[in-house]
Write a protein that binds this ligand. Structure first.
Ligand code: HPA
Ligand code: ZN
Length: 338
């Protein structure tokens, strides 16, 4: 691991907290909750992390999170991620969670939001690490179900910064959620959506025009549409790209074929993120390192991506200024220009 990457101050903007459950924690929580898993042990579970596409991952992902039952479970999972992120110099993180995947199993939303939020608060107090929480709708479920969870979340509104959209992109285009996004916007939520991961560039345009999102999660399909790339660059719409995720889910065949640098050089606000790090082989540092080792990104380009993440995050201008100063100082300490 390069010292430049290791010590670079980082902001993470695309992280599913349920995707941070390492096999060891899945088994520990299963034991604690008296749940029998379909896998004999941790290594058998890890062996199942061999995906053909997004859906084959999602099947394992929804299975893994069934060990989460109590507020303490959600706290422990979130605290494990935050400890790891803190160790990788992540200074600010914006975290997704999938409420419907828990409430549909009978887990109270208060336990989900309460446990995650308690860990975020402890990280803020202990390390000065800041965060935001983003509630995602599962796009393979109905519009009605999304409206239901939005309503159900009203008592927790003050703990939630934004709304996201994840799960199976194919067959579930942005238009399906236009009305529920309009309702969320009226409630003052900030809006993002997964688009252009496995789906076409068209989904990115529709997420912007029909859902009115301010950031696109993934968005790598933009590279197939020159006009859309120009628009994303002109409007500085951030893309929260996840290199190791794209490789593991075969969105790209090799890291050398990843469009990250094409998008960066076209002037897009691309950022580096880990998505579901327990499943995709690495947290933030590993994603930056993969861009360097597999794609040949220079330290200067990585520095620019780290600055893009500060620009794209939801901190106040004053808080962003502190992070920009620290990222720039890190570059200067290593003699890196961008
Ligand atoms: N894409 C879609 N849904 C998801 C993902 C993702 O990368 N991670 C968790 N749910
Ligand atoms: Zn994602």
């Amino acid at each position: 691991m390069s010292a430049f990457i290791n010590e670079l101050p980082k902001v993470e903007l695309h992280l599913h907290i349920e995707g941070t459950l390492e096999p060891e924690m899945v088994f520990a929580l299963a034991r604690r909750n008296g749940i029998t898993l379909d896998y004999a042990d941790e290594s058998a579970l890890r062996a199942a992390y061999d995906f053909q596409d997004l859906q084959s991952f999602l099947d394992v992902y929804y299975q893994g999170m069934q060990v989460l039952l109590t507020e303490q479970d959600f706290f422990d999972m979130t605290w494990a991620y935050l400890s790891r992120a803190h160790g990788e110099r992540v200074r600010h993180t914006e975290i997704f969670f999938d409420p419907q995947a828990h409430t549909d199993r009978g887990v109270p939303l208060a336990a989900v939001v309460g446990g995650i939020h308690r860990a975020l608060e402890q990280a803020r107090q202990q390390w000065g690490m800041s965060s935001r929480l983003i509630m995602s709708f599962l796009r393979h479920l109905s519009e009605e179900a999304a409206f239901e969870i939005l309503h159900h979340a009203e008592p927790f509104r003050h703990k939630l910064a934004g709304i996201g959209l994840d799960s199976s992109e194919k067959g579930n285009p942005p238009a399906k959620f236009a009305r529920v996004y309009a309702a969320a916007r009226e409630q003052g939520f900030r809006l993002v959506a997964h688009a252009g991961e496995e789906g076409p560039a068209r989904n990115i345009r529709d997420a912007l025009d029909l859902l009115q999102v301010e950031r696109i999660d993934h968005g790598v399909a933009a590279v197939q549409d020159g006009k859309l790339m120009q628009r994303l660059a002109r409007e500085r719409i951030p893309l929260t790209v996840c290199p190791l995720s794209n490789l593991k889910l075969k969105v790209v065949d090799t890291m050398a074929g990843h469009p990250m640098l094409t998008l960066l050089r076209a002037g897009l606000c691309v950022t580096v993120n880990s998505d579901d790090p327990a499943y995709f082989g690495g947290y933030m540092n590993a994603n930056y390192q993969a861009l360097q080792d597999g794609l040949g990104a220079t330290d200067g380009e990585l520095l620019q991506m780290a600055l893009n993440s500060v620009e794209a995050c939801w901190l106040s201008p004053e808080e962003k200024a502190v992070l920009v100063r620290d990222v720039r100082a890190h570059g200067e300490a290593f003699g890196v220009k961008h």
